[in-house]
Design a binder for this molecule. Structure first.
Ligand code: DGP
Length: 116
């Protein structure tokens, strides 16, 4: 996937509008356009990777950073205490529809398990 045609890279560049909830040097977080829960945030690395299948040892700091942002953003949005779910869909069977690595943060209702 070329970064020029990547939907989330176009969101990062501002070409496609998004509702930002958090940003720093390494990551950007914004509201999912099709929320699956009352709170549904996507946390993405600014550097493009297609999916979890593409990451290397060099990506470990940014992956750790994305995970650490989940409780920070959950806290910012007032849902840390009640609880939330983090999900990374990978590949077709994993339900990934956008080929830019992203961490879903879902909250605001009791989420069922297992996923469909
Ligand atoms: P996944 O299916 O795991 O690849 O998740 C992709 C998510 O991206 C999905 O929940 C819907 C969301 N999404 C797709 N297009 C857009 C968009 O243009 N803007 C925003 N904010 N979210 C999008």
């Amino acid at each position: 996937m070329s970064e020029m045609s990547c939907l989330f890279c176009r969101i990062l560049s501002g070409e496609i509008p998004s509702t930002k909830v958090y940003e720093d040097r390494l990551a950007y977080a914004f509201l999912d356009v099709a929320p699956q829960a009352p709170t549904h945030v996507l946390i993405i690395p600014k550097e493009h990777s297609d999916s979890l299948n593409d990451v290397t040892q060099a990506d470990e700091p940014v992956l750790g950073h994305l995970l650490r942002l989940a409780p920070k953003i959950a806290n910012q949005l007032g849902c840390a205490e009640a609880g939330y779910r983090t999900v990374i869909n990978t590949g077709g069977d994993g339900g990934q529809s956008v080929d830019h690595l992203h961490l879903h943060l879902l909250a605001g209702r009791a989420l069922s398990w297992p996923p469909g």
